[in-house]
Ligand binder design. Structure first.
Ligand code: FES
Length: 289
């Protein structure tokens, strides 16, 4: 059934116009909102957390709703168990709002099938949230049987949405650190002839398997991975702003000297290298600390 759902997604081109509209609305709000809007997006992406926030937050609704459904099934009419179950349904709804906001922030920087799958994931989760919210209201109104039925329906939808969420990460690599397996040499390794390096102009070098961004600025040579950890954007084609580089794809901004993240959506710093010039070559060595 789940594989059929994926095949269906492959054909769901009708989601594209909706995705375009939503990304435009979010994008316009971001550009109009300036630095405060960027700060909110960084918060939701999880820059402060140095980890994507969305997968951490989704544990709240899934955990709470799983527990609620379990208590509904085994509670056998016990009023205290029923109250606990109702509270868990409410807690899950609150957690789902946070998960939805953080997921929307991540989804804003996706394309193609990843974007389509993300949107289907969001629509299913919104449906599940609607069903659990309805369940909560029904329970509070005394219609317990109808409330429990809504919860069960919501939980089935949640499972489908969770499957798509897993698909996004484990099959499509959304939000996976693009430098996880290529960290660069720990020994001094030639990356680029020094003559190719012009003041203030970022260049792409190669040290072993690692693509390296090199920049000469005010007499110092900076080096970090040329692969943006967020989705693999070419940092050597990015914009240099002061002592930072801005990724050309989704504008993650990194300090050249420390690799620290100034703005997301990246939540992991790129590998950083120290540099020296030997025999006309710029050599780099991974900073492991
Ligand atoms: S690839 Fe997305 S910010 Fe660089």
């Amino acid at each position: 059934m789940l594989q059929s759902m994926e095949r269906l997604l492959d054909r769901m081109s009708f989601l594209e116009p909706l995705a375009d509209v939503l990304q435009k609305i979010f994008g316009d709000a971001l550009s109009r909102g300036g630095e405060p809007a960027k700060a909110v997006k960084d918060l939701l992406n999880g820059v402060w957390f140095e980890h994507p926030l969305h997968p951490a937050l989704t544990d709240v609704p899934i955990g709470a709703w799983t527990s609620a459904v379990f208590l509904d099934l085994v509670g056998c009419g016990d009023r205290r168990v029923a109250r606990a179950s109702d509270a868990l349904v409410g807690l899950g709804c609150i957690g789902a709002v946070g998960a939805a906001l953080s997921g929307a922030a991540d989804w804003q920087d996706t394309y193609g099938k990843e974007r389509r799958t993300g949107l289907a994931h969001a629509l299913l989760n919104s449906t599940a949230l609607g069903l659990f919210a309805t369940s909560f209201v029904l329970r509070k109104a005394g219609s317990r049987a109808a409330g429990v039925t809504c919860s069960l329906a919501g939980y089935a939808v949640t499972l489908g949405a969770a499957y798509l969420g897993g698909d996004l990460i484990f099959r499509m690599g959304t939000q996976v650190n693009r430098n996880a397996w290529t960290e660069g040499p720990e020994e001094w390794t030639a990356a680029l002839p020094e003559a190719d390096l012009e003041e203030g102009k970022p260049c792409r070098g190669k040290a072993g398997d690692a693509a390296v961004l090199l920049l000469r600025q005010n007499g110092r040579i900076y080096a970090m991975s040329a692969v943006c950890p967020h989705a693999g954007g070419p940092l050597d084609e990015g914009t240099i702003e002061g002592n930072t580089v801005i990724c050309p794809w989704h504008a993650s901004q990194f300090e050249l000297a420390s690799g620290s993240i100034v703005h997301g959506p990246a939540t992991v710093s790129p590998p950083l290298y120290e540099t020296r010039v030997q025999n006309g070559q710029v050599e780099v060595r991974r900073i492991t600390d």
